[in-house]
Write a protein that binds this ligand. Structure first.
Ligand code: ADP
Ligand code: MG
Length: 184
């Protein structure tokens, strides 16, 4: 039976380049289509899956374009548009978005407040409440489609840092790199 680890190992073994990873998912370049990536997640309870399936957001420019979702027993695979990291000199975008989503009193420094931004922010707050999860709006979870910021991964479990993390797995993998793949 496939597990998230075997799926991630297979992507790596077949030469897919990993573009990034967080605690619970690894994102691979499609190798063929420069506009596509594959995100492999290690838990099906990831609120990312709820977020990307929210029908009211599909036309929002700040929402990622998702083409396919496959949910396995304890992992998932999402085919989605390839986005770019926020450039160093525009990291303030992340503070702006975080503040609009948290609805605090901070004054926006970069973004023009738009109906679409307020609307997605409102939806994300509602989802956090309904699913009883936290907002997680740091620069790694906001990316760019050209000049448009896209909120890729705005929610996380309350216990994100107390559970087993993909970071640990990658850390161990690097340390024991002489072990065969099946050892992981
Ligand atoms: N659509 C995408 N295009 C390119 N890189 C991405 C994309 N989505 C995520 N990434 C990269 O992968 C990292 C981890 O993805 P993320 O969705 O934050 O998963 P996690 O649940 O592990 O935090 C991001 O910080 C980013 O560097
Ligand atoms: Mg993340």
């Amino acid at each position: 039976m496939a597990t998230a680890h075997t799926v991630i190992n297979n992507f790596t073994r077949k030469g897919f380049r990993m573009l990034g990873h967080g605690c619970y998912a690894a994102v691979f370049d499609s190798n063929v289509d420069p506009n596509l990536v594959y995100k492999v997640g290690v838990r099906t309870s990831d609120p990312f899956l709820n977020y990307i399936q929210e029908p009211s957001l599909v036309n929002n420019p700040h929402f990622p374009r998702v083409y396919d979702i496959h949910v396995g027993e304890d992992w998932y695979l999402v085919k989605m548009e390839r986005l770019e990291p926020i450039p160093e000199h525009k990291l303030v975008v992340s503070n702006d978005i975080s503040s609009v989503v948290s609805d605090d009193s901070y004054t926006l420094k970069y973004l023009a407040p738009s109906h679409e931004l307020f609307s997605i922010a409102h939806q994300i707050r509602e989802m956090a409440e309904q699913l009883d999860v936290k907002l997680d709006l740091h620069p790694g979870n906001i990316m760019m489609r050209g000049v448009t910021p896209v909120i890729t991964d705005p929610l996380c479990d309350h216990n994100i840092y107390s559970e087993w993390e993909l970071e640990n797995w990658f850390g161990q993998k690097n340390k024991k790199s002489s072990y065969p793949d099946w050892a992981y």
